[in-house]
Design a protein around this ligand. Structure first.
Ligand code: NAD
Length: 317
């Protein structure tokens, strides 16, 4: 088994490094907080004196750091990974970071004959500890295949996203959608409670309605957007526009600010004015495609299979 270097043993890195160590890989660890390395040293890992020292003693070096600033300094700063790493070695960044940065770093590492992957993760601290983690990987396919057993040691959903930076792009898209959806949920629940319904029945409604069954991904994305087919409607835009309008009216009646809901209503009105009222409500995606100058088609994604995946992973974040 190759020797693995791990730099950044925080909430995520600590759990992932623990699973790598339990899988039997010899390890060299480093963190600016030396106390974070202690459990790994007690279990047989060696201590690196700097990122360069770690990289010089390992075939694969991993980093799990707060963000782009730390990644850049640990990768290419003084006594950084690039200083110590040897030609043929592999550097993998697991942080949620800037795609452009890892693309720039890859060029510098490649000049030294080193392979780079970006592999951000999703699943939280508990997922990092229990190996219940999605790992989205960008970089050369051949290198991905080579390190797959190592990635499998700490992630149960490891997949190839594309060229270098693709993992980071996918992760940012994932988190951005999550953040937007959380805001929409916050608006909905505050509206519901202020308009006189208890949180428990509201929660049941969300869980048991089409939202809980993730129809928004199945019907709205896999069946319509990916196919470029917004007709015949499963739920017509005209009806959706009526509903969001009734909800924003209720928000005004009860003085609940709902910026996301009101924005969604404006977009629905614009789509209605295109004459799209009889199409599926997901046709608002088409407006976003227009203003972005890009199309999102994936005709080979089978909607039935997409739905199955969603329902069999209810806890995936
Ligand atoms: P954290 O702050 O708990 O851990 C970061 C670790 O890096 C710390 O132990 C810190 O001491 C160390 N560190 C910082 N600067 C360093 C340096 N220059 N050299 C060596 N070590 C250094 O953060 P986290 O929650 O583990 O997140 C790590 C990454 O994973 C972030 O990019 C985060 O966005 C991402 N992430 C976090 C979660 C989560 O739920 N916490 C989930 C998915 C992804």
């Amino acid at each position: 088994m190759e020797t693995v270097g791990f730099i950044g043993l925080g909430n995520m890195g600590g759990g992932m490094a623990g699973n790598i160590q339990r899988a039997g890989y010899p390890m060299v660890v480093y963190d600016v907080r030396e106390e974070a390395t202690r459990p790994f040293l007690e279990a047989g890992a060696r201590l690196g004196s700097s990122p360069a020292d770690v990289a010089g003693r390992c075939e694969v070096t991993l980093t799990s750091l707060p963000g782009p600033r730390e990644v850049e300094s640990v990768a290419v700063g003084p006594e950084g990974v690039l200083e110590g790493i040897r030609p043929g070695d592999i550097y993998i960044d697991l942080s949620t970071s800037r795609p452009t940065l890892i693309r720039e770093l890859e060029v510098k590492f490649r000049a030294k004959g080193v392979h780079v992957l970006d592999a951000p993760v999703s699943g939280g601290k508990s997922g990092a500890q229990t190996r219940n983690l999605a790992v989205m990987v960008g970089g050369e396919r051949e290198i991905f295949d080579r390190v797959k057993p190592l990635l499998d040691a700490f992630g149960d959903k490891v997949f190839y996203a594309g060229e270098i930076g693709a993992g980071s792009v996918a992760k940012l898209v994932h988190n951005m959608i999550g953040h937007g959806v959380r805001q929409a949920i916050a608006e909905g629940l505050t509206l519901g409670v202020k308009a006189g319904v208890e949180p428990e029945p509201l929660w049941e409604c969300i869980r048991r309605g089409s939202l809980g069954r993730m129809n928004i991904l199945h019907e709205g994305v896999a069946r319509t957007l990916f196919q470029g087919e917004f007709e015949p409607p499963s739920f017509a835009l005209g009806l959706a526009r009526k509903d969001i309008g009734l909800a924003t009216d209720l928000g005004r009646e009860f003085n609940v600010p709902m910026p996301v809901a009101n924005l969604a209503e404006q977009i629905a009105i614009e789509a209605m004015n295109r004459g799209w009222g009889e199409m599926d409500s997901s046709v608002t995606f088409r407006l976003q495609e227009e203003v972005s100058g890009v199309e999102v088609r994936a005709p080979h994604v089978d909607p039935a299979r997409a739905a199955r995946f969603i329902t069999t992973h209810p806890d995936a974040e």
